[in-house]
Design a protein around this ligand. Structure first.
Ligand SMILES: [Fe+2]
Ligand SMILES: [Fe+2]
Length: 195
C-alpha cells in the first residue's frame, strides 16, 4: 500500500481532521512550536529533524478529543492512524512514550521524549497564568510570574509540577531556563495561540 510521508503539512491535516476544538488544537500547536525551538537550543538533538520535533508536538494529543472518555486509548488511536503514513521509527517511539503511565508502551528516554513530557504540562500552565493577567495576554506573562504561580499549590492545581521540574534531572536544564525558553517560544507564536 502507498503510504504518505508524514511531513508537517500532513501532520496538521491529520490533526485538523481528528480534532475540532480550537483550544485543544492550540495546545498542540504550542507544544510543536516549543519543541521546534528546543531543537535549536540543544547542542545535539538526535536523529530526528527540527520538522519532526515540531510534528511530535503537533500530533502528541491528536487523538485526545476522541479518546478523552477512554484515556487508556490515548496515543493507541494515534498510532493506528499513523500506520497509513511513512513515519520515522524514532518519531513513532516518541508517540509510544506519551501517555505511557497509562499505556505502558514506552518510558520517555530520549531528549525529545523528555522535552515533550516537561513542556506538555508547562504550556498548559503558562496559558493558565496568561488567563489571570489583566488583559489575558501572553505578553504580560514573565518568567517570575510563572515561577511564583508554580509555587502556589492551589493555582491550576491539576498541573503536575513534578512532571515539569524533571527538566532539571532529565534534560540538565534549570527550571528557570526551561520556563524562559517555553514562554518566549509561546510569545513568538501568540497569534496562533489566540493569546
Ligand atoms: Fe496527552
Ligand atoms: Fe498535551
Amino acid at each position: 500500500m502507498y503510504k504518505k510521508e508524514l511531513n508537517k503539512s500532513e501532520a496538521l491535516n491529520l490533526l485538523h481532521e481528528k480534532m475540532k476544538n480550537e483550544n485543544l488544537r492550540r495546545h498542540c500547536y504550542a507544544v510543536g512550536k516549543v519543541l521546534a525551538d528546543f531543537y535549536d537550543f540543544f547542542p545535539t538533538s538526535g536523529k530526528l529533524t527540527k520538522e519532526q520535533w515540531e510534528i511530535a508536538g503537533i500530533l502528541h494529543d491528536a487523538d485526545w478529543e476522541i479518546t478523552k472518555d477512554s484515556p487508556d486509548r490515548h496515543t493507541i488511536e494515534l498510532l493506528e492512524w499513523l500506520e497509513n503514513y511513512e513515519v520515522e521509527p524514532d518519531l513513532l517511539e516518541v508517540f509510544r512514550s506519551h501517555n505511557s503511565k497509562t499505556t505502558k508502551l514506552r518510558e520517555p528516554e530520549t531528549r525529545l521524549e523528555w522535552t515533550l513530557e516537561c513542556c506538555d504540562e508547562l504550556t498548559g500552565f503558562i496559558v493558565a497564568v496568561a488567563l489571570v493577567m489583566p488583559e489575558k495576554k501572553l505578553e504580560q506573562v514573565t518568567v517570575d510570574s510563572v515561577l511564583k504561580k508554580f509555587k502556589q499549590k492551589e493555582f491550576a492545581k491539576q498541573v503536575d509540577r513534578e512532571q515539569i521540574s524533571q527538566c532539571e534531572q532529565k534534560l540538565g536544564v534549570s527550571l528557570n531556563d526551561f520556563v524562559s525558553m517555553t514562554l518566549s517560544s509561546m510569545k513568538k507564536n501568540s497569534g496562533m495561540l489566540g493569546l
